[in-house]
Design a protein around this ligand. Structure first.
Ligand SMILES: Nc1ncnc2c1ncn2[C@@H]1O[C@H](COP(=O)(O)OP(=O)(O)OP(=O)(O)O)[C@@H](O)[C@H]1O
Length: 218
């Protein structure tokens, strides 16, 4: 059973030309897929459709063995598939880093002490403990990027959907992030323009072009 499946998805933003015109993909357990394609080809749109932030005009979204149509269907999908947004400002909304990372676990029913233990463990694992009490909106772009990943890992998702994860990271932090992602057990969909990153993390590659996905695994 695939973890995620898009079947013949058509989608356009209201009042704009179609973005997706029959896009299909399957993510199998343990699999890592990367998606590339020109700016504006619809890669972020595809990830947003997978977790129900957008709904297709036609086609089917399946996740964890079930077709997902309504908002209520996607609550479970968003718990089990963690999306790291392209823009950290879309993801971070609490006053401090610790609160942002604790938010997901508390939302999943953990008490404050349990959530804070998860915060410490995740920040430690990502080498971000020094940012724990910082005011989120005053972080640098690269720091925000890493904290965004921490907020998603804190929820222990079964699948990671990563939209340009190394954007805004310097070489050392990009290398550190890649090593962290390589060591994770989760299935992944990686959207990236960076061929070296795709080759390291998710060599099975799909190209989005003309609204459709084509396999272009090297
Ligand atoms: N909210 C929106 N309203 C209208 N058009 C949108 C909206 N969001 C995205 N678009 C348009 O939809 C198309 C696909 O956007 P999307 O962000 O999915 O592309 P992308 O492949 O992720 O691009 P990039 O490589 O630049 O990140 C673009 O033409 C974009 O301008």
């Amino acid at each position: 059973m695939p973890l995620l499946e898009l079947d013949d998805i058509h989608f356009g933003y209201p009042g704009h030309a179609p973005v997706l015109r029959g896009a299909s993909l399957r993510l199998e357990p343990g699999q890592r897929l990367s998606i590339t394609g020109a700016n504006g080809s619809g890669k972020s749109t595809l990830l947003h459709l997978m977790v129900g932030l957008l709904r297709p005009v036609s086609g089917r979204v399946l996740a964890f063995g079930q077709e997902r149509r309504q908002e209520a269907d996607f609550h479970e999908v968003r718990r089990r598939a963690g999306l790291v947004f392209q823009d950290p400002d879309d993801q971070l909304f609490c006053p401090t880093v610790a609160e942002d990372v604790a938010f997901g676990p508390m939302n999943l029913g953990k008490n404050r002490a349990e959530a804070l233990a998860i915060v410490d463990a995740v920040l430690d694992r990502l080498g971000l403990s020094h940012l724990r009490e910082r005011v989120t909106y005053k972080l640098s772009g690269g720091e925000k990027r890493l904290v965004t990943l921490a907020t998603v890992l804190a929820m222990e998702p079964e699948v990671l959907l990563l939209d340009e994860p190394t954007n805004a990271l310097d070489e050392a932090n990009a290398a550190r992030l890649i090593a962290i992602l390589q060591a994770l057990p989760q299935a992944m969909v990686l959207v990236s323009h960076d061929a070296a990153l795709r080759a390291q993390l998710a060599p099975r590659a799909l190209r989005l072009s003309g609204g459709c996905l084509r396999d272009e695994t090297p």
